[in-house]
Design a protein around this ligand. Structure first.
Ligand code: PGA
Length: 251
């Protein structure tokens, strides 16, 4: 059975001391969550080493929110996957819509970043999702399918073991407007089909596909009950340990 995951994307929130405190609060309640539900916290780069300490010995795993598209060298301001690995990161989020929108993250760059992450044994949480105009034009299936193909069709079935997909409709992120369980499920099923077309039914069946966008304890249960939804990528609600754990307890 494919793994369920609840991952917190802290974005650019909390100071380091606040982040350590939040991580400790998550750890304190992590054992309450079902054994088959993985917990991940994706912190700012500055927090990674300290949060790695705070989560040691717990089921909580550490993620970055991005990585460089080069291995090392003269790339001022960038952080390589080897650096992430050296502080105990197991994962990196890639292709979040905020990075696509504000920092020029393209599918081509995401292919390179995914290659580099996998080469270091870092798992990838690849975000995809349509914006409001695309949804209103009825193009959401095409947009999401293209994002999946443009990035993941460059990889192998073996690589897919280290890749999680997160469907995050841009219009639902931080807006309080959650996709309905039906809207989310139909895209998740479509993503699984696009994966099956390239990698075969078993790989598609084994791939964890998360939903993200205004997911909270009050709506997680209905979302997670859908056949193709395997957990959540949580923004705002991940900044409160009780809400984050509450979401994981929806399983
Ligand atoms: P949100 O963010 O839960 O605050 O909507 C989700 C995300 O962007 O990962």
């Amino acid at each position: 059975m494919r793994k369920k995951i609840v991952a917190g994307n802290w974005k650019m929130n909390t100071t380091v001391p606040e982040g350590i405190e939040l991580a400790k609060q998550v750890v304190a309640r992590a054992a309450e969550t079902p054994a088959n539900v993985g917990l991940i916290v994706a912190t700012p780069f500055t927090h990674l080493a300290s949060v790695a300490e705070a989560i040691k010995g717990s089921k909580v795993e550490l993620a970055a929110q991005n990585c460089a598209d080069h291995t090392s060298g003269a790339y001022t301001g960038e952080v390589s996957v080897a650096m992430l690995k050296s502080v105990g990161c197991k994962w990196t989020i890639l292709g979040h819509s905020e990075r696509r929108q504000y920092y020029g993250e393209t599918d081509e760059k995401l292919v390179v970043k995914t290659q580099l992450a996998l080469a270091e044994g870092i798992g990838v949480i690849l975000c995809v999702g349509e914006n409001l105009d695309e949804r209103e034009a009825g193009r959401h299936f095409d947009v999401v399918s293209a994002q999946i193909k443009n990035v993941l069709y460059n990889f192998t079935a073996e690589d897919m073991k280290k890749i999680v997909v997160a469907y995050e409709p841009v219009w639902a992120i931080g807006t309080g407007k959650t996709a309905t369980a039906e809207q989310a499920e139909e895209i998740h099923a479509c993503i699984r089909k696009v994966l099956a077309d390239k990698f075969g039914a078993q790989v598609a069946e084994d791939t964890t596909i998360l939903y993200g966008g205004s997911c909270k304890p009050s709506n997680a249960k209905e979302l997670f009950a859908q056949k193709d939804i395997d957990g959540g990528l949580i923004g705002g609600a991940a900044l409160k340990a009780d809400d984050f754990i509450g979401i994981a307890l929806s399983y």
